[in-house]
Design a protein around this ligand. Sequence first.
Ligand code: ADP
Ligand code: ZN
Length: 516
Amino acid sequence: MSDPHALLSQVFGFDAFRPGQAEIVEAVTAGRDVLAIMPTGGGKSLCFQLPALCRDGLTVVISPLIALMRDQVRALQEAGVAAGALTSGNTEEETEAVWQAIDAGDLKLLYIAPERLASTATERMLKRANCTLIAVDEAHCVSQWGHDFRPDYLRIGELRQSLGVPLAAFTATADEQTRDEMVRRLFAAPPEVFLHGFDRPNLALAFEPKNSPRAQILSFAAARKGQSGIVYCGTRSKTEGLARALTEAGHSACHYHAGMDPDDRRLVETRFQQEDGLIVVATVAFGMGIDKPDIRWVAHADLPKSVEGYYQEIGRAGRDGAPADTLTLFGSDDIRFRRQQIDEGLAPPEMKAADHGRLNALLGLAEAQVCRRVTLLAFFGEDAAPCGNCDLCAKPPELFDATTEVRKALSAMLRTEERFGTGHLIDVLLGAETDKTRRFGHDALPTFGCGRDIPKPQWQAIFRQMMGLDLVRPDPERHGALRFMEAARPVLRGEASVTLRRDTIKRAERRPAVKQ
Ligand code: ADP
Ligand code: ZN
């Protein structure tokens, strides 16, 4: 076996491992089953490429991203590594060369597309090629609740069993449900789990309730005049309006979205890359191929899609390691819009329920009770100490024991059999004589009017925070009716207490127009 450190510089040209890489390389090289969770750009591929070179035999790499596979193979071949790929994009000569290398017994890394796993010929070929390790890239594709589900990934477990070799799985997706599913479907016994590198300490984190979004973004940009930044918007039309407003305020700004002419888009990408101090106001379509190290700020004019989306988008700032600022605006309209999008989508009900849970996690981050970075990293499963570089560290929110209020809300749900949404539940709590409360006989419930001491906007804030704590989720099959999550039961039974943020509730009081 060769020395990984020597190969690191000889083959890959790197002086040192990135944080986390050395441990993963060691475990994979030693032939232990591994699940490694690292952020995008963290350097996952090295963690299977290097062990492949250190080990006897062939390492098969399963990846759904054909273009990426081809890039990696090309880079490996240029570095003198015997690597090949079998994908639908191959020419006949390429495929022939791969087979020859397999027959000669000198191929070290073979990339295959998941579709290949459907054929029994693949398994025979891998046995013949002396395959001694399976590496799975984008391992979250095995999760049926995720959005990247690849049915062929379900065959990987069988392949591992029939080859009788160790397996190393890699992903940037870290939520608990996906992680459990990866472990269950890919491995026979729990693997060694590595989770590293999600923290980006140079990024300052902040959220603000969306009061007057345009003014908020303008003032954020004004404080960073002349710096390169990105503003993410939820819709295409908004990107254009906001870019115009920024230009009028004296910034150099342009818009970008997937509906634009490809040439115009490329022009914006090139300008952003080359010019100093350009602001791009964009939908999430912007950023994938952007490799600009000195983006000094990222703002979200609308709530992002998920915590993962948020993380990726803010992560484009400060790649050079120098301080960078982020600001995310969130409002009740965003939340309602996102809920509606989920309910009206075509996904199966279980996935919709999981999506409501993902949105809850984002609300939990928006109205976090402790350091925002601690909350964010906890989502990825990483521990951290309060960072001193977020809005909540700068100004810790005032918390209060809201057990009584939350129990009232939960018991209103219970009495109405979890069949109603926030609006009606609040009517019940307030004792509002509406058609609906009368029609369902809810005006006769013991909970009817038990929350009269608290005004409606405050109840809305309480329900929102209850979702952020994932105590309740809207039921996609019942038009947003709230359902209990497991964590709500001990509260209802009087065995657990609940702490909420006072400030968001106060704010609701000042702004009675806010609706859930
Ligand atoms: P991902 O985790 O997204 O798959 P990659 O494996 O593509 O990330 O790596 C991201 C970038 O980091 C690549 O450009 C890669 O060459 C670089 N990289 C990986 N490991 C190291 C290292 N130890 N030192 C320097 N650069 C590295
Ligand atoms: Zn903090």
